[in-house]
Design a binder for this molecule. Structure first.
Ligand code: DCP
Ligand code: MG
Length: 364
């Protein structure tokens, strides 16, 4: 019997240097680690959360099912705590720590609240501290809610029912048809998880652009007004483009502002295509519309295809290994002090000196 090479032997340290398919063989392990990552995020421990996310991401890229911890070898990015969790799940089928988290009142309440559109960890945590535990509590105690959160609560069940690919494509067609009325030649691209091959997701991410620079200006407000007049919009708030290329991209590490495109966060009223909304005739679906000038489109597409962890790793790789700043608008070389233009995602990978990773392999 020849000794098997450790499964993780060839594993590159950054997720953007690896191929991570949608389906992998270590689901129970990644689920356990991602629960702990989520819980750490709920407690504001971003570093701990990232460590668990990294470990899960490494397992997703393994070529086969892990049956013993030793097979991992000296893998990058899997710390002590993660190894313990992996070992527990491998030996006992579950990790006691993970099961305890899943049953804890705090985790369950935080999950319930953060699933409301417009509610982040900070708000959910405050509500928890104030003793709120259910959606009914929010209503009965007259908790102050933003307009966005009110819409989120009103459509809670629909928005937490996965969007099927067919529904996402239908939204895409509706937007495409509407866009043609105002700006013939403009394109609508389905990004996010669906572009990575996911069969369902939590929202529909659509990128709009036009092949002639500048023609896209003003498109979003006209588009949204029209959709609204057709009764297709249940909620929307738009944000103007606040990105000026001459400012240069954000310094590395400045987080939170994902990008500054003209953008609309909305809830669509989608005609039901079977499923839970069928009896009522429609279903509420979260849709993000983002408008990118054509020169920034490849960066926007790369930035909006995800996964979140893949994006984070791309930016970390760019800054630590290449002294470049990557965001959804541009790539900036801080040594040569210049922007590196790109006409395709492939060219961005080339600039970074990375092997091209197709969307279906970015499920890190
Ligand atoms: N994105 C990101 N960082 C964020 C938010 C988003 O890099 N803080 C990028 C990567 C995501 C994409 O935008 O893939 C879309 O965000 P979603 O939250 O919609 O994520 P997905 O589409 O990947 O998942 P889902 O299927 O849940 O919609
Ligand atoms: Mg999405």
């Amino acid at each position: 019997v020849t000794a098997l090479a450790p499964l993780g032997q060839q594993m590159a340290p950054y997720a953007c240097q690896r191929r991570t398919p949608l389906l992998h063989s270590n689901q129970p392990l990644t689920e356990a680690l991602e629960t702990l990552a989520e819980e750490a995020g709920f407690s504001g421990s971003e570093g701990r959360s990232l460590a668990f996310t990294r470990a899960a991401s490494v397992l997703k890229a393994l070529p086969g099912r892990l049956s013993a911890l030793e097979e991992l070898g000296p893998l990058p990015g899997i710390g002590e705590h993660s190894r313990r969790v992996i070992q527990d799940v491998l030996e006992d089928g579950v990790s006691v720590e993970v099961e305890r988290v899943k049953l804890s009142e705090r985790y369950r309440t935080m999950k319930l609240f953060t699933k409301i559109f417009g509610v982040g960890v900070r708000t959910a945590s405050r509500w928890y501290q104030e003793g709120l535990r259910t959606l009914l509590d929010l209503q009965e105690r007259n908790t102050k809610l933003t307009r966005q959160q009110q819409a989120g609560l009103r459509h809670y069940d629909d928005l937490n029912t996965p969007v099927e690919r067919g529904e996402a494509e239908s939204v895409g067609r509706t937007v495409q048809e509407a866009v043609q009325r105002f700006l013939p030649g403009a394109s609508v691209t389905l990004a996010g998880g669906f572009r990575r091959g996911k069969p369902r997701g939590h929202d529909v991410d659509l990128l709009l652009t036009h092949p002639e620079a500048g023609r896209e200006a003003g498109l979003l407000s006209r588009l949204v007004s029209w959709l609204d007049s057709q009764g297709l919009i249940l909620y929307q708030h738009s944000q103007e483009n606040s990105f000026a290329l001459c400012e240069g991209p954000e310094p590395p590490g400045s987080r939170d502002v994902l990008d500054r495109f003209e953008r609309c966060f909305s809830i669509f009223r989608l005609e039901a295509q079977g499923g839970p909304g069928a009896a009522r005739g429609w279903k509420a679906v979260r849709v993000d519309l983002v408008v990118a000038p054509v020169s920034q489109f490849p960066f926007a597409l790369l930035g909006w295809t995800g996964s979140r962890h893949f994006e984070r790793e791309l930016r970390r790789f760019a800054s630590h290994e290449r002294k470049m700043v990557l965001n959804s608008h541009a790539l900036y070389d801080t040594m040569r002090k210049r922007f590196l233009p790109a006409a395709s995602e492939e060219e961005i990978f080339q600039h970074l000196g990375l092997e091209y990773v197709p969307p279906g392999q970015r499920n890190a």
